[in-house]
Design a protein around this ligand. Sequence first.
Ligand code: SAH
Length: 366
Amino acid sequence: MDQEIQKPVRVKKEKPQLRQSIYSLLPEEMQTWLKDNGEKPFRAGQIFDWLYIKRVTTFDEMSNLSKELRDKLAADFELSTLSTLIKQESKDGTIKFLFQLQDGYSIETVLMRHEYGNSVCVTTQVGCRIGCSFCASTLGGLKRHLLAGEIVEQVVNVQKALDEVGERVSHVVIMGIGEPFDNYDAMMSFLKVINHEKGLNIGARHITVSTSGIIPSIYKFADEQLQINFALSLHAPNQELRLRLMPIAKAYKLPDLIEAIRYYTEKTGRRVSFEYGLFGGVNDQVEHAEELARLIKGIKCHVNLIPVNYVPERDYVRTPKNDIFSFEKTLKNHGVNVTIRREHGSDIDAACGQLRAKERKQETTN
Ligand code: SAH
């Protein structure tokens, strides 16, 4: 007798539908939406005023819009897709935010206080798939890309916190969790919105984007011809060492990467920043500095030395102070522009991925 075999049914967990944040839109996109909804395009200016100048928290506060339009906006968009889980202030004024997204994931955003202004470090992905051996952000892999609006809202939320003390976000660095060039389109929309005079109006020269080195996107970015500051996480003076630190060097080899960087500096006329993490006993000796100087010779650049941030899951150690200074001096002797990065908020886990790593256990059960 034939027996019917019942195959186990695999129930696929439905991914929650993400509602669109109104902060994803440029003024011209808002105008299109208005036209499509039978409204006057000039309303876009009013809406942007409410969002970015008055910084309201509900659609109903947009008092010069009809109730009907406010309802339509509320039906199609979210005004806030992030909620603040943690806000931690460090002794040096650094504030770290842990935000929860619509689907329950959490992301980090950091506000740093400098003499020259207030700088916000934004996250572009939930997790990261680049796999750098020293980095906390990549530990759980990539969960998902952030939408442009989710990146904009990070800056808007920090601005709202600064409103309480009458200060303004003047600078933005895309150096939080994630690889911005792996979420290129959302990153570009984000840049356009925060740079737009009707948006946050943050000057291009006050914005910095950093990549681990996705070569095709570097060419694409160079061709955008923006005035935005560009940083490359280099971390090693040769292919072999870079590959040990950053698996991305397997797909995108150092000589090709340097060629792409030269293309960027020539095409844009702008200098590039090289981020160079000093990992004790790995890449921090004078001979590495010599090799680095040779590698970047002739490139319009600046080198940022970052003494390694301690990550419990990683076993890298700090370079002794004297060695850091010797490294810096060697580069200077070769005529390289170099600075040692000052630490911000070390008492509150402000380095990328550190705060979120503490929350990550919850996500693995998602
Ligand atoms: N994915 C992009 C954006 C992250 S920027 C990039 O790689 O550039 C964050 C910077 O901090 C990068 O230069 C990254 O390599 C560096 N970084 C990450 N973990 C670090 C650690 N433990 N110590 C020092 N620098 C670290």
